[in-house]
Design a protein around this ligand. Sequence first.
Ligand code: TPP
Length: 478
Amino acid sequence: MKMIEQKGMYQKFPRSGKDTRVTHYCAGCGHGIVNKLIAECCAEMGLQDRTVFVDPVGCGVFTYYYWDAAHISAAHGRASAAATGVCRARPDAVTIAYQGDGDLGAIGFNNAFQAASRGEKFGCIFINNSLYGMTGGQMAPTTLEGEKTTTTPFGRDPALTGHPLHVCEVFNQLQAPVYIARVSVADTKRIMQCKQAIRRMFEIQQAHKGYALLEILAPCPTNFRLDPLKAAEFCKNEMEAEFPLGVFRDATESTGHEPRTTNHEPRTTTLAVNPVPQVASCAELFAEKEAVPPAENDPSVHERRFKFAGYGGQGILSLGLTVAEAARFERRHTLWFPSYGPEQRGGSASCSVVVSGTPIGSPTVEHPDVLVCMNQPSYERFVDDVKRGGTVIVDATVPITRQPPEGVKLVQWPALKMAEDFGVPKAANTMMLAALKKLGCTGLSGENLEKALVASFAKKPALGVKNLELLREAESRL
Ligand SMILES: Cc1ncc(C[n+]2csc(CCOP(=O)(O)OP(=O)(O)O)c2C)c(N)n1
């Protein structure tokens, strides 16, 4: 198959650690669209060798995988500060900061605002998707009134969390910026307009005319909990009502800086949709957990440390949580500590679990007694760390490129295949739990492991019953 060449982007993304041209963005994500437009503009204008992108922390963190130009990764909220350094140190460069609404509007607001106020010579592309995408959909300063996010489960209430922040309008009070505009990528017409605005921003930077801010309204289907089409509609209907599109200022042709403001009437409508299904309250969340008396101190029970690792979506975090929950049922001290990459889909995920008869000092696990690996990268990464006398359970699809350290038992277990054969591919983590139970390497009773498995499906009891059946069936095959 012939690959279509994407202007301005690498043809493969080896920096992602995979031999792929697939980006980490979710389907329908505004970042993906904007990434393509930026790469195209940069290449079409012949600026790749002069451009330095300053990448944020947020869903845009991996733009250096994709755009074939120079990159600097800034700490969260610091892209405008880093871009200031770049454009001052290299006045010949075209400097572009890329920031999300948490990155620019919250933690990084002051340095973005001050850079704009000083009129630093860089362009700032500001992706407004109305929430913190990468970390799971928390409220951002730009969250709409009434919008449900994971931290505003009843909808954003201005009395508690203030009103949405209009970044373009605020920056438009400053003297120095030469260009301020807001566009959207919610449909084809808007995408074309967005490309023109990005081009304009590059032109301004190419001619070193001054500071430019381009806000782009972008859908986030995963955290809106909407399919891509509905997410785009939300962006168009609800977000635009709050954040009207337009060029606020284009002072590059004149010498003065008279702001050209759009006519922004305050938004009076309330949100028609409540896209995020939510729990009613924290109290309700905890009530769902079975009340168990606190952990008992029993120094005869030695600490066991576990590491569970695989791709996001393989249920590796839930597997660790199930073991921790079984420990809680057994009245052991326990900690569960997740660690995952920035990708909402398909990135690497791991978690550490500690189970002990005495209070636990640290939740981090550097040398596990038990390592469970669902994929090759996690096997390669963690296998050398397993303690002598420990156990590694690895999915049978993973090639064993090197043996575990001496004195460590290796168990290859066809969890993925077995789950597929059972017709429930998502139950591969349950297959791993079966191996842990059968091998007795958790030190916990089978009864509590089963109880914890069922409890993990509290909201879908039928699935709990099914998984228990599968667990027992898998165990009988080991
Ligand atoms: C100093 C610091 N604080 C907090 C975080 C956690 N964090 C990572 S990304 C992020 C917010 C991302 O939201 P946004 O900037 O809107 O970008 P999006 O993912 O929506 O594109 C936060 C709070 C961090 N990485 N560093």
